[in-house]
Design a protein around this ligand. Structure first.
Ligand SMILES: Cc1cc2nc3c(=O)[nH]c(=O)nc-3n(C[C@H](O)[C@H](O)[C@H](O)COP(=O)(O)O)c2cc1C
Length: 356
């Protein structure tokens, strides 16, 4: 079984990387990742001046992170004179350097960052107008592959990627945070964090389906484009789902902000067993497996396995048609049941079958 990924000639031990953000914004946190089990490292977005960020700027719930961070609060020289040279001494995995934001910034920063990077990653927040200039400028300053990072609010993203590829981009990272959104503190009668408009950006498991849709759609349009998934990853299963949807590599940030950084090693450790369970020989073979868009569930009535059912009543409580009820065991009323599949998807013991 192999977890390895070769992308544009660069070897990654496994497909999991940290995503750009505060967890990869200082030397000690980057050293943590160098010593961890992730397959590669990504930096916080580096610009010329350090960002001036209004605090507080990050809060989280169970499935969602809200943030108002900008790029790195450290200036370019701190990265090029201290952090990256120090990291590079013992670096044992590929490094993706995130750079921002304008063509003029790139003219100043890329010549200094170039020697540290295996790939560059560039956030592309807004319309297509400046995209060609932005991407062609950075590509003229480096021979390293340049990945553009897609914001999920770009709706014509296939056209958008077309422009970037024509300008010289080698690949895509999909996606950045979703939004804007709003996070409210009821007690203070105010937003908890926010810009002057009260806006914040949303990430974490809540955004995974949006990221999956972007990855799947990009892969269908560009069968061979180097593609890094990002958004809502929390488990080894999520990583494999993104690879099946078409990702070559998978980044994660918010789940570690919600649950702790040990989640990176846990995911890498969990991958082999989950791959064996699903007969996946290698990450490379899963990446080449087509994702079927045919729904393969049976769409029948739910059948409850009495031996597995623990009478927890999850299904009776959640069934929108109130079709599940307990007699001696849990039974389904087929006159009420709409065969939606919700009960089967939420049964904690896998006792329900027949629908999905
Ligand atoms: C606190 C925070 C800071 C972030 N900073 C950056 C950044 O500097 N550059 C960037 O490209 N993306 C940044 N992101 C976006 C993440 O890299 C990632 O695209 C997004 O959070 C979705 O992935 P996730 O759900 O695994 O967090 C940031 C996200 C958060 C939550």
């Amino acid at each position: 079984m192999s977890l390895k990924v070769n992308l544009l000639g660069v070897e990654f031990e496994n497909p999991l990387l940290p995503a750009s953000g505060p967890s990869v914004g200082s030397l000690h946190s980057l050293v943590f990742f160098n010593q961890s089990k992730v397959g590669g490292i990504v930096t916080k977005t580096i610009s010329i001046e350090g960002a001036d960020v209004k605090k507080p700027c990050i809060v989280a719930g169970k499935h969602t992170v809200y943030n108002t961070e900008l790029w790195s609060e450290k200036p370019l020289e701190e990265w090029t004179d201290k952090i990256l040279p120090e990291l590079k001494k013992d670096l044992n995995k590929p490094l993706i350097v995130c750079a921002g934001y304008t063509s003029d910034d790139f003219k100043k920063s890329i010549p200094h960052l170039d020697k540290f990077a295996d790939f560059f990653e560039v956030s592309t927040h807004y319309g297509k107008d400046s995209l060609h200039d932005l991407v062609s400028t950075i590509c003229s300053l480096t021979d390293k592959p340049v990945f553009i990072k897609l914001s999920p609010h770009v709706t014509d993203f296939i056209d958008f990627i077309d422009v970037a590829i024509k300008a010289g981009a080698s690949g895509v990272v999909a996606v950045n945070s979703v939004g804007p959104g709003v996070c409210i503190d009821l007690g203070k009668r105010s937003v908890t964090i926010g810009t002057e408009e009260g806006h914040s950006w949303i990430s974490g498991p809540a955004i995974k389906p949006i990221a999956l849709q972007r990855v799947m759609t990009i892969r269908k349009h560009y069968p061979d484009l180097p593609l890094i998934a990002c958004g809502g990853v929390a488990s080894a299963r999520d990583v494999l789902e993104f690879i099946l949807a078409g990702a070559d590599l998978v980044q994660m940030l918010s789940s570690a902000l919600i649950n702790g950084r040990q989640v990176y090693n846990h995911i890498v450790e969990d991958l082999p067993e989950l791959m064996a369970k699903h007969n996946i020989e290698s990450i490379a073979s899963l990446r080449k497996t087509p994702l079927s868009l045919e729904v393969k569930g049976k769409g029948g009535y739910p059948v409850v396995d009495k031996d597995k059912c623990v009478l927890c009543h999850k299904c009776t409580n959640i069934c929108p048609e109130m079709a599940m009820r307990q007699e001696t065991y849990i039974v389904n009323d087929s006159d009420k049941c709409i065969r939606c599949g919700l009960c089967e998807s939420r049964c904690p013991t896998g006792a329900i079958s027949g629908v999905i």
